[in-house]
Design a protein around this ligand. Sequence first.
Ligand code: SAJ
Length: 437
Amino acid sequence: MRNNMKKQKICVIGLGYIGLPTSAMFASHGHEVIGVDVNKNVIDALNKGEIIIQEPYLDILVQAAVTSGNLRAQATPCEADAFIICVPTPISEDKKADISYVEAATKSIVPYIRKGNLVILESTSPVGTTEKLIKPILEQSGLKVGEELFLGYSPERVLPGQILMELVNNNRIIGGINRESAEKIRDLYSTFVRGEMYLTTTKTAEMCKIVENIFRDVNIALANELAMICEKVGINVWEVIKLCNKHPRVNIHQPGPGVGGHCLAVDPWFIVEKVPEIAKIIKLSRETNDSMPNYIFNKIESLLRNIKGKKKVTILGITYKPNIDDLRESPIIKLIELLEKAKYDISIVDPYVKEFRYLEKDIRKACSGSDLVVLGVNHNQFKMLPLEDMKKEMRGKIIFDTRNYLNEKDIVDKGFEYVLLGRSYEELIASNETAEK
Ligand code: SAJ
């Protein structure tokens, strides 16, 4: 333990992308952690020292924590010094926050709450959740929140793919229902957090978490809009962004086939839902990013418009971002659905995904008879493509890069046509049409 705190018993509700690394981190720093999950597979795996998600080094940390005896999992909560709620807060079809998991998790701990306990919400939640939803439920224990029971909101800020490093090093915001609660939460996290910890109210902390993701979503929407504009006016958006970002106060994000993940694609709606008449940029950005798979689909349609009969598209990478196995809200899955609707033949290669329809292990096989290869996600494995073999297998010769990741020179040298999102391709279509006449 890095601070002088005595060993705490911590009950973590929800052993997903945040709850599991957080549990392992506390356990490996000397606390006793009991993880609770509704998924039996997660519990069984953890008790064997295994994990069912992919995250660098997490397997090693979990195994060590379980072996030390400090970490175990079970289906129901138990008495503890601190409770940390890390359950999902998805959105419904009509873009409304679904906080039923947070509610259920809070209710599940009430029978085990004792005087002096600490309750922390980590799940990204609509502003006011800690005060308006959690506090009244906890009061059913008969304890006075803020005096006999301490409560706060402390959002995670970690980036999938580098969760462990960021859990330790990122600065943290801690919102307490009162100052004493915030201080107690800070003391607990200082077991392993090396970043700064900033104390505030629960509502401000809840708002900050959402705003951080809105900031990114809005900036990506701007980049995507610029990509579409540059295509129209015949400029390369990637060069524009690179040069603009040489300005000391400009930081334009990267365009792409859309925004996925359980954060950026979800959290902004928590604000839009509350104040739709004010949150105009936020809503438009969401819609712009959500429209990108459609934009990519339309480009594919126009690139292949002269082909008669069944067309085949090979997709490289379907996760929501590179070098992880996470498919949640992936824009490439939306692209696949559009291609399916339009009756395309599809093949997919993704070294991180174990199971998915049309999945092929071998790029060459996936390219067989294909008219176009689209790079959906820039996994490292795609940097060096077997271009010669792909060319032999493919019927068409187009490679469409939605990430500005592939080596254009190599591709063109091997006789392919290289199409890049955010750069005019009208000339390519025109030259194809001329060639056919
Ligand atoms: N993306 C772009 N262009 C960019 C950056 C990202 O199109 O310039 C796309 C990615 O391809 C991906 C999506 O956005 O589909 C989201 O990726 P991401 O890497 O920006 O973020 P997440 O969703 O993996 O994690 C975010 C992070 N938030 C911020 O950076 C403000 C992380 O720190 C949060 O902890 C996490 O959300 C969360 O849990 O809220």
